[in-house]
Design a protein around this ligand. Sequence first.
Ligand SMILES: NC(=O)c1ccc[n+]([C@@H]2O[C@H](COP(=O)([O-])OP(=O)(O)OC[C@H]3O[C@@H](n4cnc5c(N)ncnc54)[C@H](O)[C@@H]3O)[C@@H](O)[C@H]2O)c1
Length: 242
Amino acid sequence: MDRLKGKVAVITGGASGIGAAIADAFRKEGAEVVVFDLAAREDTVQVDVSDEAEVESAIRKTVERYGRIDILVNNAGFAGANKPTLDVTEEEWDRTFNVDVKGVLFCTKHVLPHMIRAGGGSIVNMSSIYAVIGTKGDLAAYHAAKGAVLAMTRQDAVTYGKYGIRVNAVLPGAIVTPLLQSLGSQVPGGWDAYYAYVAKRNPIGFLGSPEDVAYGVVYLASDEARFVTGTPLYIDGGYTAW
Ligand SMILES: NC(=O)c1ccc[n+]([C@@H]2O[C@H](COP(=O)([O-])OP(=O)(O)OC[C@H]3O[C@@H](n4cnc5c(N)ncnc54)[C@H](O)[C@@H]3O)[C@@H](O)[C@H]2O)c1
């Protein structure tokens, strides 16, 4: 119940899907949660993570209010153009990278000084299994962006370990969220056909839920993982195991 007791956590993209499940799990474990999201709601701070000035201001206000940030979960993301390399435009590529890669950079960059000052912290970056494998599908820019997130995770883990800051990545497989449902509905046969296809390729035989990912993030964010850094945690029903 108290695995994150007293910790202040910023979760980006926490208004929907995986981020919302992480926010719920963190609150249950005793954390003070601040959600940054494009969505303007009572329980969110409206921030576009691809806008450095907005990120800097939101982080400064969070620290003014709560005194520190112990945990950053860089979860906000969007798939962007569902196209292969041959067809993707520069503008589409940039839109995906602006959110999925620069968003991680800006949030990490502006949280780091506070974590360094406090003597430590935990950063969890939402990558994807497509950082390390290819797929018959398209999404060339999105998969490249998730590969960049994994590389940033390792680099920052090495650079900032000496300050007591751990940086890890989570690599989810297919998780049932609005993002995946929108993509899965575009295949011939729609969502049901997509679900059946992926479930058959998952050794575990079904698709994951946002909570399946949230449990892993709780672990990486908590002091239980104090010796874990630079690690990709696969949460994919065994999809990448064969
Ligand atoms: N669902 C999956 O199968 C799956 C698999 C691997 C990785 N992921 C990753 O998990 C993360 C969460 O995905 P999800 O499936 O829950 O998606 P989702 O679409 O349900 O939620 C994404 C959230 O991010 C927010 N967001 C998008 N752009 C933003 C921006 N510029 N600034 C601030 N907030 C922004 C959205 O408003 C939304 O609340 C993403 O990084 C995604 O790439 C998802």
